[in-house]
Design a protein around this ligand. Structure first.
Ligand code: MRU
Length: 344
């Protein structure tokens, strides 16, 4: 955050252009989250935390200050429904402001807490990188889905964090990145991140995963998460569930990398996780760069055909081998998750 401005990468333009968006107000931050200029559970969360700080800085100092902050908190938390990190960050900033002995102090606390959410998240991803490192001993090829790198979670990212560390330490790692239709976060973002870091990888169509697993070319799967219920059921990008079923069939370890802010102790099981439905255009169209270098979106699907576009799915805990967290590997059951969340 620079003054009242929030500066962040416009992820809609990657990998073809790297542009920084400067957002001056919390409604602009909400729009950036909704339109997916910023995306990924952790990045949405820290954006929400800073948006709360923007709301506190802009709210009038008179009697309406706290009402305005509450109104903003509701609107920010509702910008996207599935990722737990968003309401986590909003609640943290709101709680830090409560009890402040004056509006100026409340504003100061909002800015400091927004920054603390960011700093804590970044530190946790460093721990995730270390915690996941042992999974690469004796294994080289790893499959990941969507984008769970540093674009999606501040610091090292979530699922990509152990991959980056293993690569940095000189271990031989090869990543299969799924394309991740309809928004193609794997093709556009994960491939870009891995290229920047020099990590060997191949992009695969989502439909190729089973074939590669059957041929023994995938030794490990690591994905991120948007919300993890108290029993371990995990919401992540649409297609994760399919990959987990395939991994079980082929006896491939399937790990979910996520820091504690992604866990939702109040949500008993995955069927209660709100699943975002997005615009059907995301399925009916594709966007990219023309040979002329111009950005374009074209209709791909049959004219007149409608689409359904759930953005996330829920992988039952029984299909998950373990959670890679800032406190090490946590077993996918309610008791182990409860112990982990109590000790943070
Ligand atoms: O719709 P998106 O791009 O925000 O979805 C992101 C994902 O599903 C990621 O895999 C998830 O946030 C885990 S990484 C923090």
């Amino acid at each position: 955050m620079e003054g009242r401005d929030l500066c962040l990468i416009d992820q809609r333009l990657l990998p073809h252009a790297l542009k920084i968006l400067r957002l001056s107000t919390y409604p602009e931050a909400i729009a950036a989250i909704r339109e997916m200029a910023v995306r990924g559970a952790g990045t949405i969360g820290v954006t929400g935390g800073f948006a709360m700080a923007q709301a506190a800085l802009a709210a009038p100092a008179g009697g309406g200050f706290w009402q305005e902050v509450e109104r903003a908190a509701g609107a920010i938390a509702a910008a996207r429904p599935t990722a737990k990190n968003l309401s986590y960050a909003v609640d943290r900033v709101r709680a830090a402001m409560k009890g402040a002995p004056g509006i100026e102090e409340a504003r100061r606390r909002a800015v400091a807490e927004g920054q603390a959410v960011y700093d804590d998240d970044a530190r946790m991803t460093e721990e995730i990188a270390k915690a996941g490192l042992s999974l690469f001993q004796g294994r080289r090829s790893v499959l990941t889905h969507c984008n769970a790198g540093w674009l999606a979670y501040p610091g090292w990212g979530s699922a990509l964090a152990p991959i980056y560390l293993a690569h940095r330490q000189g271990q031989s790692v090869f990543v299969y990145a799924t394309e991740t239709r309809p928004r193609s976060q794997g093709a556009k973002l994960t491939s870009w991140e891995l290229t920047q870091a020099g990590v060997p990888h191949a992009l695969i169509a989502d439909t190729a995963a089973g074939h590669l697993m059957a041929k023994g070319e995938v030794e490990l799967a690591v994905v991120g998460a948007d919300r993890i219920a108290a029993n371990g059921d995990t919401a992540n990008k649409i297609g994760t569930y399919t990959l987990a079923v395939l991994a079980r069939e082929h006896r491939i370890p399937f790990y979910v990398a996520a820091p504690s802010p992604t866990f939702d102790a109040e949500c008993p099981s995955g069927d209660l996780i709100p699943i975002e439905e997005r615009d059907e255009k995301e399925v009916l169209e594709v966007s990219g760069l023309l040979a002329t270098g111009e950005a374009a979106t074209v209709r791909m699907a049959n004219p007149g055909t409608c689409a359904k576009n759930p953005a996330f799915d829920v992988t039952p805990a029984r299909l998950i081998t373990g959670f890679i967290t800032e406190q090490g590997i946590v077993e996918p059951n309610a008791q182990a998750i409860g112990r982990f969340l109590h000790s943070r």
